[in-house]
Design a protein around this ligand. Structure first.
Ligand code: KG4
Ligand code: ZN
Length: 403
C-alpha cells in the first residue's frame, strides 16, 4: 500500500480529508479505486461538528469564532474519525521526531491550543496509513480555512504524507456526483457532458458549465447575496435563528399542507433577464418591508411569508437554470450546496429536468449537500495527481475561483 504513494495516479488510495471553510468542522477517511465507470469509494469514517448554534446569536457566521472553534474541535474529530475507521493505534514509542514537533509549533503559531492538542496526540499514536491528506484551501472564510490548512500541514510534516488541496466548490460538485451503492460505498460518476452545475449555498449562487471533465466555465452568478443568505437573512427578519433556511422550508411546507391562502407577493429578481445571473438582496429587502408593514407577524403570517419566499426563490432558480441548460445544450445538471438540501427546490428541479430526454440530474443526498468532510475527500479522489509534498507555498484563499 505505501509504495503506491510514489505512483502519479495510484489506482488505490486512502485519503484523509479536512474541511474548515465555514462553520462546519469536517473530517473524513475514504478508500478510493479508479475504475472504468468512475471512482469507486469506500467511506470509512465521517466526523462532523456544526457550529451553527454558536453563530446564531450573530445572525451569520462570525469568522473569529469559526476559527477558534475549528482549532478546538479538529483534533477530537480527527481522533473520532481514526477510531471509526479502525485506524487509531496507540503506541508507547512516539513515531514523530522532535524537529517535526518544533516545526509544527511554528506552523500552528496562531493556533497554540491546537498545537498542544495535536502534539500530545502525535506522541501517542502510530502513523496511520494515509496516501494523501486532502484539505479545503478555498473558497471560504480565510481565517477558518487557515486552521484546516495548518492542521493538514502539521500532519503532513509529522508523518511525511503529501497534501492534496481541494476547492470547496469542487467538493460540492463531487458530492452531487456520488452515487450511493450501499451504506459505505459510492461511485463518483462522470456526468454526460456538457454538464451544467447549479451551486447554491450560504456563500455561493453559481451556474457553472463543464464541457470537459473537471474544467469549469462560469455561466452566471449572483450579483449580490447568495441564495442561502436570502433564506437566512429573511428568516432572521421573522425571528428565526441562523441558519434559517431549513426552518423557512419547514414553515413553507406547513403553509402548503394547511392550504393557507397566499396574501403576500414577493419579487422574483432577474427572472426574465437575458442572462444567467441572479440577485437575491432585493428579496430580503422586500421581506423586511413586509414584516415592517405587518408589524408583529403572527405564526400564520410567518408561514405564509415563508411559503412565498420559498416559491420566489424556487421560481428564480428553476427558470434561470432551465434557460442556461437550453443556451448551452447541457446533457446533465449537477445540483449541490447547502440549499440543495431543500426538498421543495429539489422537487421543482426534478420536475423541470423531467421534460428533457436522455438528461440526467445529479443532486447531493441532503446529508452530503451541506458542508462536510466527505465531499472534500470525494473531490480529492477525482484529482489524485494533485497530491504534493511541496507544501511550503500552500495557503488558504478566501476567493479561490473554480475556473
Ligand atoms: O453549503 P453550506 O453548508 O455552507 C456554505 O458553503 O455556505 O450551505 C449552508 C446554507 C445556509 O444558508 C442554510 O440556510 C442553507 O444552506 N440551507 C437551506 C436548507 N438547508 C441548508 N436552505 C433552504 N432549505 C434548506 N432545507
Ligand atoms: Zn459549502
Amino acid at each position: 500500500m505505501r509504495l503506491e504513494v510514489q505512483v502519479l495516479s495510484p489506482p488505490h488510495m486512502r485519503i484523509l480529508a479536512i474541511e474548515t471553510s465555514c462553520d462546519e468542522t469536517g473530517i473524513a477517511i475514504i478508500d478510493t479505486e479508479q475504475t472504468r465507470d468512475g471512482v469507486a469509494v469506500t467511506l470509512r469514517a465521517d466526523a462532523l461538528l456544526s457550529q451553527a448554534l454558536l453563530h446564531a446569536e450573530y445572525g451569520g457566521v462570525y469568522p473569529t469564532l469559526a476559527k477558534r472553534e475549528h482549532a478546538k474541535n479538529l483534533t477530537p474529530l480527527f481522533v473520532e474519525a481514526l477510531k471509526k475507521a479502525k485506524m487509531f493505534e496507540p503506541t508507547e514509542s512516539p513515531e514523530v521526531d522532535k524537529e517535526a514537533i518544533a516545526e509544527s509549533k511554528d506552523i500552528l503559531e496562531r493556533e497554540p491550543e491546537l498545537f498542544v492538542q495535536l502534539a500530545v496526540l502525535l506522541a501517542q499514536i502510530k502513523k496511520p496509513a494515509f496516501d494523501a491528506i486532502a484539505v479545503t484551501n478555498g473558497p471560504g472564510l480565510e481565517p477558518a480555512l487557515w486552521v484546516g490548512v495548518n492542521f493538514a500541514k502539521v500532519l503532513s510534516r509529522a508523518w511525511n504524507i503529501p497534501i492534496l488541496p481541494v476547492n470547496h466548490m469542487e467538493g460540492h460538485i463531487a458530492a452531487a456526483l456520488a452515487h450511493t451503492q450501499d451504506a459505505e460505498k459510492v461511485i463518483i460518476e462522470r456526468p454526460r457532458l456538457p454538464a451544467l452545475a447549479l451551486l447554491i449555498s450560504g456563500g455561493h449562487t453559481e451556474l457553472v458549465l463543464i464541457k470537459d471533465w473537471l474544467t469549469y466555465e462560469k455561466v452566471g452568478a449572483t450579483r449580490d447575496d447568495a441564495v442561502g443568505e436570502a433564506f437566512d437573512k429573511s428568516a432572521r427578519l421573522l425571528g428565526i435563528p441562523y441558519p434559517g433556511g431549513p426552518e423557512i422550508s419547514r414553515l413553507a411546507a406547513v403553509a402548503r399542507a394547511e392550504n393557507l391562502n397566499q396574501p403576500y407577493s414577493l419579487p422574483r429578481p432577474m427572472l426574465d433577464t437575458d442572462d444567467s445571473d441572479f440577485s437575491f438582496s432585493g428579496l430580503k429587502t422586500a421581506v423586511r418591508n413586509l414584516v415592517q408593514e405587518i408589524s408583529d407577524p403572527t405564526d400564520e403570517q410567518k408561514k405564509q411569508i415563508a411559503r412565498e419566499l420559498e416559491d420566489a426563490i424556487t421560481d428564480v432558480l428553476v427558470t434561470k437554470t432551465k434557460r442556461a441548460i437550453g443556451e448551452h445544450g447541457a446533457q446533465s445538471l449537477i445540483v449541490s450546496g447547502g440549499v440543495s438540501a431543500n426538498t421543495y427546490i429539489r422537487a421543482a428541479l426534478e420536475e423541470m429536468v423531467s421534460e428533457y430526454e436522455d438528461f440526467k440530474l445529479y443532486i447531493s443526498t441532503p446529508e452530503l449537500a451541506t458542508d462536510n468532510g466527505t465531499m472534500i475527500a470525494l473531490a480529492a479522489a477525482l484529482r489524485p495527481e494533485r497530491a504534493t509534498s511541496d507544501t511550503n507555498d500552500l495557503g488558504a484563499h478566501g476567493n479561490m475561483p473554480l475556473y
